[in-house]
Design a protein. Sequence first.
Lengths: 254, 254
Amino acid sequence: MLSLRRSTLKYLQVRDYLRTLVLSELRTGDPVPSERMLCERFGVSRMTVRQAVDALVVEGVLERVQGRGTFVAPPKVDLQVRLASFTEEMTRRGMTAGVKVLSAGFAPAEHDIAEALKVAPGENLIHLHRLRLADDEPMAVEHTWLPAGRLPGFLDGAVPASVYVELDARGLIPDWGEDTIDAGEADHEEAKLLHIKPGKPVLRISRRAFTGDSAIEYSRSAFRSDRYTLWVPVARPNPSVVPRRRSVAPDATT
Amino acid sequence: MLSLRRSTLKYLQVRDYLRTLVLSELRTGDPVPSERMLCERFGVSRMTVRQAVDALVVEGVLERVQGRGTFVAPPKVDLQVRLASFTEEMTRRGMTAGVKVLSAGFAPAEHDIAEALKVAPGENLIHLHRLRLADDEPMAVEHTWLPAGRLPGFLDGAVPASVYVELDARGLIPDWGEDTIDAGEADHEEAKLLHIKPGKPVLRISRRAFTGDSAIEYSRSAFRSDRYTLWVPVARPNPSVVPRRRSVAPDATT
DNA sequence: GGTAGGAACTGGTCTAGATGACTTGACCAG
DNA sequence: CTGGTCAAGTCATCTAGACCAGTTCCTACC
């Protein structure tokens, strides 16, 4: 009945064996055992071994070369843009992230915010206004809105150190999102907070983050353009991976 | 010898049949013919059909449900940022792309350009200076550099209408790249070309595009921030698709 | 020495079955 | 109407071979 097989599946055994091998002993370019060797070692058929290898090839861990063998693939630049928190992002750049909470409380959803979060206008939202610091210098001013209804007790006690940590604790870590990016001029408040002159250019990033189908966070940030450069890896669609699916034109028609 | 097989491979026939079916007749959620049906229809074995279906499942075109069948997957937002040309990008937004070539010629590589293209300083480069138009209004000013040595005859005759078309013709279509994005102030030349005031914010995008290991294009663009907003889909790493290379434990060992 | 050929390896494709697990719907008993 | 059983259909996994197509390397011949 219950079938509590976990790794009793043979191809998973082989796959995980190979993964471990790659992670521990082998280096980029090293060959992994041939498919027929693996058949013998695990006492399985060739098709089963191929299933295991296929999975790792799709993942980009291995590369096959006909007539030569299968090899550990070079670590690729991760072409998927990641949904990182400010703290993660600054850590990645070798800077120390800091934050100063300017205000935290509840607010009814304005029209544009409501639309972004896909909630009814006027719905109760958590609103955070924060100054982001990197190495103790102002980096960005950020407004964040979250649906209060889905986050009971969010503002009880101290203001959460990190929104993402708090979301994680509730199992609401976003799995996808979208950023819209443009350039703007710092207004007086932003300029004061960022220690720049009003009218100087700032990089404005609006982020919507989703957990499954529902928006869980909307934020608007203004980054000092003299300190912050966004880096975006870009991919061509994998040639073996086909036409664009029914177009889906998401965007910001300006 | 030459084996100019195109779709003589059986699983590709089945795969492409299914793909066509999905693109033309079926809609999201519709079932595709069962594996056994496909075996009969194409006169192939089950494994072959599975290979075809597997490919489409990996691509996200189909979804399998054990016991029920295989179905057309809902169209997903494409979380891979695409390396689109300006023309593609504007077309996607429903605007008409135009271009005005301000200058085209050869120039030795300056240090920073050389570094970006990974060539020796002073190496001969093709340099294009162009004004990008959208619906006949100035949208961006762009400088583009390409290694002249890899593109013989590139500037012979008329200036190419599109760099990407020209690269395509030589089999040098970039397969990946990276953008760096920040905000800046329009200088006098940019301001004049873009019909904005000097000092107004512009979105600066530097792009390096690679074909395989070698950089094939480097460009710097300044977009009018009042007309252009960049939209970037963002993903969390797919949980089913593996740990970051050389770190984490694979899966749910429980 | 150089080269043509071939053996022995690699992955790539394919067959014709087998068993198991899951879903659905029909049917029947309460 | 409810709940249980059962059969038929689906995908999931797997086997034990087959032949094809590249790569490598050694050998025998020129």
